[in-house]
Design a protein around this ligand. Structure first.
Ligand code: IFM
Length: 451
């Protein structure tokens, strides 16, 4: 297939629907010692023996720090409407309270270049690269970090103001809190049930504190937050409770405080032993109105109760998985959208801020035939169309990722890009999945040009 097919009557064909590509700072930039940047928790974590596959780190990554201009030209060439990137906090505030003009200038040139090329800019403030100096004071286990985050949001949004089309406070607080502070698989590598839940509350508090700051400094931009979400499914009818609990911990724990001003009762009851103390007023802060929520969708959670009554995830026998081992389940995207629409009376518009597949892609004669990823995108766009037809308001879709990059604890062996990166030469090559995206977008543009 050399072009994704969109159904004839689909809202995905409308020029208002935003198609984009996404990246994050630590995963692509490199230049970790340049431009006045100081270490983040990921620089520290990568140095821990065994923490990251193959001992990889983001030291060089895709060298986007130097190649940003050609990368933006490439993004424009894909025909997308928008680019979603993140800002590295330790580039902006390399030391507590010290603003780094060089860091601001680095992102400003990117934003300006995007606009000059007709691309909207979606900026995430926190995609996991917490300054190490804040981790040294307890990181997200320290309530003070939430206030530091609001200060950082103030510095960025005072500088860029309405120039950023869409601001995102946090990317995937589930992952920051639970992989970082509960299961120890991500930076800073802390393991503890109480710690994970405490970090989650402080992250959400940071989001809530940042919202009025962003609105004041950038009144014309849109503001929101991005969640990862994998809908739960019961392995057998007797496991429905497990699926409900999986939903509660996986995404309701993070979305409910924002949209309902409360934490889900299922988690409060089951995890009463570890749920943190929530101070009076916190939930009012966290539930400040948002203009949109972003959803990152990759797969589902098929679950059952084990003999101890714990919720366990399984991959059904024979299911097709991507290279990273995640089941391909496009129907989950449609179901998730419908579940969110049913659960929240005040659901704001949704952006699918990430969706994509990992591969072990090889390049032959300058071509990358990533046919599984092509099928992945095609089937997920169809699922999205079904959700739109079921009445869910979805305003945009971003492929994860623009290019192969540092896939956290997996290092560079998991390739999520629609563009292949040769890490020896930094050569970028459009994979078949990128060509199909571009061709679909060209067709869509022609349709509009022809009225
Ligand atoms: O690479 C990550 C990204 O940083 C956040 N969402 C999931 C992606 C794939 O694991």
């Amino acid at each position: 297939m050399n072009k994704y097919q969109l159904p004839q009557d689909s809202k995905l064909r409308s020029p208002e629907f935003v198609f984009g590509v996404a990246t994050s700072s630590y995963q692509i930039e490199g230049g970790v010692m340049e431009g006045g940047r100081t270490p983040s928790i990921w620089d520290t974590f990568c140095k821990k023996p065994g923490a990251v596959d193959n001992g990889d780190s983001g030291d060089v990554a895709c060298d986007h720090y130097h190649l940003w201009k050609q990368d933006i030209e490439m993004i424009q060439g894909l025909g997308v409407d928008a680019y979603r990137l993140s800002i590295a906090w330790p580039r902006i505030l390399p030391r507590d309270g010290e603003v780094n003009p060089e860091g601001l200038a680095f992102y400003e040139q990117i934003i300006d270049e995007c606009h000059a090329r007709g691309l909207k800019v979606f900026v995430t403030l926190y995609h996991w690269d917490l300054p190490q100096y804040l981790e040294d004071k307890g990181g997200w286990l320290n309530r003070e970090t939430a206030y530091k985050f609001a200060e950082y949001a103030d510095v960025v949004s005072r500088h860029f103001g309405n120039k950023v089309d869409v601001y995102t406070t946090l990317n995937e607080p589930f992952v920051s809190a639970f992989l970082g502070y509960r299961w120890g698989e991500h930076a800073p590598g802390i393991k503890g049930e109480k710690e994970g839940f405490l970090a989650s509350h402080h992250l959400m508090l940071g989001h809530g504190l940042a919202m009025p700051v962003l609105r004041k400094n950038a009144p014309k931009s849109k503001h929101g937050v991005v969640f990862n979400a994998s809908p739960g499914y019961a392995l057998t009818p007797a496991d429905q409770g497990a699926a409900d609990y999986a939903d509660a911990e996986n995404y309701q724990w993070f979305i409910d405080p924002v949209l309902k001003g409360e934490y889900p009762q299922l988690v409060l009851d089951k995890r009463a032993d570890v749920v943190p103390m929530i101070l009076e007023g916190d939930l009012d802060i966290i539930s400040a109105p948002v203009d949109y929520i972003g959803i990152n969708y990759y797969s589902r959670n098929l679950v059952h109760f084990d003999e101890q009554g714990d919720v366990k995830k399984v991959i059904p026998e024979g299911a097709e998985c991507t290279y990273i081992g995640w089941e391909i389940y496009p129907q989950g995207l449609r179901d998730l959208m419908i579940r969110l629409n049913e659960r929240y009376d005040n659901l704001p518009p949704i952006y699918i801020t990430e969706n994509g597949a990992a591969g072990n892609d090889e390049i032959t004669q300058n071509k990358v035939n990533d046919e599984q990823r092509v099928r992945y995108f095609q089937s997920h766009l169809e699922a999205l169309d079904e959700a739109l037809k079921a009445g869910v308001r979805i305003d945009g879709y971003f492929a994860w990722s623009l290019m192969d990059n540092f896939e956290w604890a997996f290092g560079y062996c998991q390739r999520f890009g629609i563009v292949h990166v040769d890490y020896n030469t930094q050569q970028r090559t459009l994979k078949q999945s990128a060509i199909a995206y571009r061709n679909m977008l060209i067709e869509r543009a022609e349709e509009h040009n022809n009225g």
